[in-house]
Design a binder for this molecule. Structure first.
Ligand SMILES: [Zn+2]
Ligand SMILES: [Zn+2]
Length: 86
């Protein structure tokens, strides 16, 4: 049997079907405005995703959690090299 459980979220450890756990600290609301403008916001598992979307693990961005933007169905993790292009 493989040791890695694929039915578990790799970032928060929740079983599939369970709500994801928030594993990062809530950011300051003010610090999110700039990130929303750039459409790059951290998800609740510390990935970067689009302001209204969720990362590939299914964690919504903090902007969605804090009801600053309407959630979309977009599921995308923004890789590091994209972020550094600014
Ligand atoms: Zn998760
Ligand atoms: Zn993630």
């Amino acid at each position: 049997m493989p040791r890695v459980d694929v039915n578990q979220c790799p970032t928060c450890g929740q079983p599939r079907g369970e709500p994801h756990k928030i594993i990062t600290k809530r950011p300051a609301r003010l610090s999110l405005f700039h990130l929303i403008d750039n459409n790059m916001v951290r998800a609740t598992d510390n990935c970067w995703t689009t302001a209204a979307g969720m990362c590939q693990h299914g964690h919504y961005s903090w902007a969605v959690i804090m009801k600053m933007v309407e959630p979309s169905k977009e599921r995308r993790t923004i890789p590091f090299f994209k972020r550094s292009l600014g």
